[in-house]
Design a protein around this ligand. Structure first.
Ligand code: NAP
Length: 309
């Protein structure tokens, strides 16, 4: 029987681990399919306090992980497929193990949203369609690529890709970027980035080898079709919370985000079950806010366990 099981090793989960480990609760973290969370695929993190020169996302998460480990956090690699929160103890099931805990912190984050257009799945991974410039950008050296999206992620991906690629076309469905002012200005001003405004993606087009050769879009105001030749398509259109495994055990909103109790950001309707980070927050979605929620959930766990004794 565990005192506390934490699902997820992004900023939220690892911060919860640091706090619960320092409280001597010997947390067990179950790492999902992306250890370190979304920040591991970010290039430069410029807005995490304490790093005036910025820090590489992977390095930052490595350090937070080391910090959690230093205080006795235990890590195991598994994918939780279902949970049962109906009894006194919380049950978590993977395909080959069952875990039992007095408290659970759900910090499973969110996964990249896809476009759902023809060609996307067929070329996903090695054939030209990807959601991670940090991971795949270097494969597109001296090539023309496309980024889809208009938020901070899309701008960040586009700016990062200018390091390698000859030209980056940013395709956005509106005539104004959603990104923060500083990111939008940098993106618009960059000489290697061209922006295709008001365009919706219709299809990713393949060459004879099944690799990406172009993207077909349509101007949503005029109906004018466009074909932009490119070797790579980087999709950066937001995320979907990783909460499917909860299957009705906790209230979710229409988009699948965990809905906490009204008087708390992290307490759920099940006593002893808490949440933190991007699986419960579609408003702020920052590394620092996820870390803050991780801290809050850990303190809640500590207090709840103390109350039970
Ligand atoms: P986001 O802010 O939700 O932006 C998603 C973008 O994708 C929007 O421009 C949206 O268009 C577009 N989009 C959504 N669905 C689409 C579809 N089906 N087809 C075409 N376009 C679609 O997501 P994000 O950029 O991933 O950012 C998420 C959060 O992380 C934000 O709070 C952001 O500030 C933060 N973030 C911060 C940094 C940083 O500070 N360094 C870096 C990355 C992310 P509309 O604008 O028309 O809705």
């Amino acid at each position: 029987m565990e005192n506390v099981i934490i699902l997820g090793t992004g900023c939220a989960g690892l911060t919860a681990a640091i706090y619960t480990a320092r409280a001597n609760l010997k947390p067990l973290i179950i790492e999902g399919s992306q250890p370190g969370g979304q920040l591991t695929t970010t290039s430069e993190v410029e807005n995490f306090p304490g790093f005036p020169e910025g820090i590489d996302g992977f390095m930052l998460m490595q350090q937070v992980r080391d910090q959690a480990k230093r205080f006795g956090t235990r890590f195991t690699n598994d994918i939780i497929e279902s949970v049962d929160f109906s009894g006194e103890f919380k049950i978590l099931n993977s395909s080959n193990a069952t875990y039992k805990a007095r408290t659970v912190i759900i910090a499973t984050g969110a996964s990249p949203r896809l476009l759902g257009v023809p060609g996307e799945q067929e070329m996903f991974g090695g054939k030209g369609v990807t959601t991670c410039a940090t991971c795949d950008g270097a494969f597109y050296r001296d090539m023309d690529v496309v980024v889809v999206g208009g938020g901070d992620s899309a701008c960040e991906e586009a700016l990062f890709l200018t390091r390698f690629c000859s030209k980056v076309t940013l395709i956005h469905r509106r005539d104004e970027l959603r990104a923060s002012k500083i990111m939008a200005e940098r993106t618009i001003a960059h000489e290697k980035i061209e922006i295709l405004w008001d365009n919706g993606v219709e299809e990713v087009l393949a060459d004879a080898d099944g690799r990406c050769r172009a993207i077909r879009t349509k101007n949503l105001k005029t109906g004018q079709p466009e074909e932009t030749p490119c070797k790579g398509v980087f999709i950066a259109i937001g995320h979907i919370p990783n909460t499917g495994f909860l299957d009705g055990q906790l209230p979710l909103d229409d988009l699948g985000y965990i809905v906490p109790e009204t008087d708390s950001m992290v307490r759920t309707k099940i006593p002893g079950v808490y949440t933190a980070g991007d699986c419960a927050d579609h408003v702020y979605r920052q590394a620092i806010t996820a870390a803050g929620m991780g801290c809050q959930s850990a303190i809640e766990v500590e207090r709840w366990l103390a109350e039970q004794e």
